[in-house]
Design a protein around this ligand. Structure first.
Ligand code: MRU
Length: 347
């Protein structure tokens, strides 16, 4: 099959190799890197060449194809055993986004049933995961935009756009759809310290699509919300627990608390592959902590007093009670709770 690619393409399968848009270089440089080994795919995920929950899952699925190609050439009889080590390498690349584990699990199940050269079958599955994600984003875009009244302002956090997915985006998919429907008065993005996904990536991709964006520092979010300029805080998610608690980029919790205080509604947009029915609530979601350097330096330049230490959790958990609506490709859940999530997942 061929993936019907969107305008902004963070992940490409070209010929017989994986190409990733290096998000560490944006917005200054648009450069793709080619990957041919499972280790380089895992490193690209860990080092944030590619980031965002669905994009990590899709990349890992292509990583399994690369691993299978090598292992099958090595031994046609042993490849199903030897590839397990590669799957473990991919699984260890980042801990919070469930889409990584979901995609590898899907590929692993397929591997069990393959009796011949695995590459074509696994590549087809990876492409289907990729295409399905783009399709899901378009559906969620429409479902989410339906909640937004004409003349509204929205604030988004981190990057939950084309760059974080197969294409189009989750939270930014809703913003793109609402913009196309002429519903949006103004789109705000916060910077998203320390990695600056908002300033570097969200602003870049909105401007790429001719959608005007206004950046705010995270410290300005209360002032922005109290000014009455935003009606919705729209975000993606890395993992949603069975009770509707949402793990997302650090600062989402603060935004949701502020939204509650100022009467701004909170929308979480994520495909059902982000819902982890195996974790009862947000407390059980593993939260990634990254190196102090991400906080103490900017573009390799130190910005903190020499000798400062740093505490750098890169995700937090927003309780379901602070969320007005979760939008998935299977439908929407208002005032999420365990029962509604279970019903959606069974539908
Ligand atoms: O650390 P990142 O950049 O991978 O974190 C990304 C986010 O937190 C996104 O909001 C989330 O993955 C949803 S992406 C559609």
């Amino acid at each position: 099959m061929q993936v019907e690619l969107e305008n902004i393409q963070p992940i490409l399968w070209e010929g017989d190799q994986l190409e990733l848009l290096d998000q560490r270089l944006l917005p200054a440089e648009t450069k793709y890197i080619q990957l041919n080994t499972v280790e380089s795919v895992a490193d690209a995920i860990t080092d944030m060449v590619v980031r965002g929950a669905p994009a990590i899952g899709i990349t890992a699925a292509y990583g399994v194809v690369i691993a299978a190609r090598h292992r099958y050439v090595e031994s046609t009889s042993e490849w199903k055993n030897t590839i397990q080590k590669d799957l473990d390498v991919l699984l260890a690349s980042r801990p919070t986004a469930i889409n990584l584990f979901w995609a590898i699990d899907k590929m692993r199940h397929l591997i069990d049933d393959i009796e011949s050269d695995p590459v074509t079958i696994l590549l087809d599955e990876a492409m289907q995961i990729h295409q399905h994600d783009i399709d899901a984003n378009k559906t969620m875009g429409e479902l989410g935009a339906a909640f937004i009244d004409a003349g509204s302002g929205v604030l988004t956090h981190c990057n939950a756009g084309a760059l974080a997915t197969g294409g189009y985006g989750t939270a930014l998919g809703v913003i793109r759809s609402a913009w196309q429907m002429n519903k949006l008065n103004k789109v705000f993005a916060d910077e998203t310290r320390p990695w600056l996904q908002g300033a570097r990536l969200t602003a870049w991709e909105l401007l790429h699509d001719d959608i005007p964006v206004t950046l705010v520092a995270e410290g300005a979010v209360s002032a922005l919300m109290s000014s009455g300029q935003v009606q919705w805080f729209v975000v993606g998610s890395d993992r949603i627990a069975a009770n509707g608690d949402v793990a997302n980029k650090i600062g989402t919790l603060a935004g949701a608390i502020q939204a509650k205080h100022y009467g701004v509604k909170v929308m979480v947009v994520a495909p059902t592959s982000t819902i982890d029915m195996a974790v009862a609530d947000g407390a059980a979601i593993p939260i990634e902590h990254r190196g102090a350097d991400e906080l103490l330096a900017l573009s390799g330049q130190s910005v903190a007093a020499k000798g400062s230490e740093a505490w750098n959790p890169v995700f937090d958990v927003t309780p379901a009670s602070l969320i007005d609506v979760i939008v998935t490709e299977k439908g929407v859940i208002e005032a999420p709770n365990s029962l509604k999530i279970a019903e959606l997942m069974q539908s």
